[in-house]
Design a protein around this ligand. Structure first.
Ligand code: ADP
Ligand code: MG
Length: 366
């Protein structure tokens, strides 16, 4: 049974971009209906402000959907025909991107002291998303950036295995202390629950766990902010992925795909999802490129989508063995063929995120 007061409290926690007050206090919540397992309301705004409020509607929907026991949510923005939220594109200069960002409404789930957040995503599982996310984070650390890895695959966390980490994170002053390995910091639901627990979570709980790991982990401090947080996304374009994408102010996305046509079709869907919420796709990574699956499929696809190919990773048993052993190849053998591809991807990502221009931090390479 959903509590009406709880619904109002959740909605009041979302700021009205114009007045800065909560949505309920600002009078934006009209005709609120709260049922046994559902809630809905309307937000009437002048047509000229529809674009400004579209992300607010999305944030409200996502926040309500994340409430325990909530099965259906409907938030109607009265000027629905108006343009979607403004798109940011990878082609913009960092300064222009910052300007665009400054005008956008306050994001609901921006983690503190984190300069850039990127997602590593794919339409389907098993294409090497976690392998790429993990080695990319380590490669960024090798390049001198403070890098973190958030394992957002709450249904099949793989970061503990791939980094060789275990044990519950410590709590300090209400925040979780991330694990440290191979020069990066990391957080995974696998650390919170124990890797062997079956993940039979319903959508809202999974989304909530994710939000908590994102915002309640001490990724950085004011004196030493994290340069990049790499989010290893759950596969597909389902509930959890969508909630995370909508609630997290992502600065970019890397899409992983194998050369096969099916996987590419999935990559196209992932690209469309990010385009819908205005997250710039930094590029495609073709994984398991080579004799078995073919080569170059991602390049044709990237051209069609108008995004760069960040790298083509060979099928390499050492990559899988490193993942199974908890020692990423990028840490054990950065000079290998795959290691060099990861270094290139990291450099490309850092450039696209404008990391070189803003701030300068260096971490000791392990
Ligand atoms: N380039 C590669 N060469 C060899 N094995 C790989 C490669 N990329 C991924 N793998 C292996 O394929 C399996 C699936 O990869 P994973 O990164 O877990 O995919 P996802 O996160 O997309 O489900 C893992 O066993 C991984 O070690
Ligand atoms: Mg994975």
């Amino acid at each position: 049974m959903i509590d009406r007061a709880a619904v109002e409290a959740v909605l009041d926690g979302i700021p009205d971009p114009k007045s800065g007050r909560g949505l309920v206090s600002a009078g934006l919540v009209q005709g609120l209906v709260v049922g046994e397992d559902r809630a809905g309301f309307a937000m009437e705004v002048p047509a000229a402000e529809a674009a400004l409020y579209a992300p607010v509607r999305d944030a409200a929907e996502a926040a309500l959907k994340a409430m325990p026991g909530m099965a259906r949510v409907s938030v109607v923005l009265s000027a629905e025909a108006a343009p979607d939220r403004p798109r940011r594109t990878a082609g913009l200069s960092p300064a222009a991107q910052d300007q665009t960002r400054a005008k956008a409404p306050v994001p609901t789930d921006r983690p503190a002291h984190v300069r850039r957040v990127i997602a590593v995503a794919s339409g389907k599982g098993g294409v090497g998303k976690s392998t790429v996310a993990t080695n990319l984070a380590v490669a960024l650390a090798h390049a001198g950036w403070r890098a973190g890895l958030l394992d957002a695959d709450v249904y099949g966390p793989s970061t503990p295995t791939m980094l060789g980490i275990a044990g519950k994170p410590a709590y300090e002053d209400g925040t979780m202390v991330p694990a440290e390995a191979w020069g990066i910091t990391a957080m995974s639901v696998g650390l919170l629950t124990g890797a062997s627990d079956a993940m039979v979570w319903r959508g809202p709980m999974a989304s909530q766990a994710l939000t908590q790991m994102l915002t309640q982990t001490r990724w950085g401090t004011e004196a030493a902010p994290l340069d990049v947080l790499v989010v290893d996304m759950p596969p597909g374009t389902g509930d959890v992925a969508l909630t995370l994408i909508q609630k997290t102010p992502l600065d970019g996305a890397v899409i992983v795909s194998t050369p096969q046509e099916v996987a590419l079709a999935d990559a196209r869907r992932a690209h469309a999802l990010f385009a819908r919420v205005g997250t710039p796709v930094l590029g495609l990574v073709e994984n398991m490129s080579g004799e078995v699956f073919g080569r170059g499929g991602a390049r044709r696809e990237a051209e069609r989508l108008g995004v760069p190919v960040l790298g083509e990773l060979p099928l390499d048993a050492a990559l899988r063995e490193g993942g199974d052993a908890g020692r990423p190849l990028m840490a054990s053998d950065p000079d290998s063929e795959a290691g060099q591809v990861f270094a290139t991807i990291a450099a490309e990502v850092a450039r696209a995120l404008g990391l070189d221009q803003a701030g300068s931090t260096t971490t000791a390479v392990p």
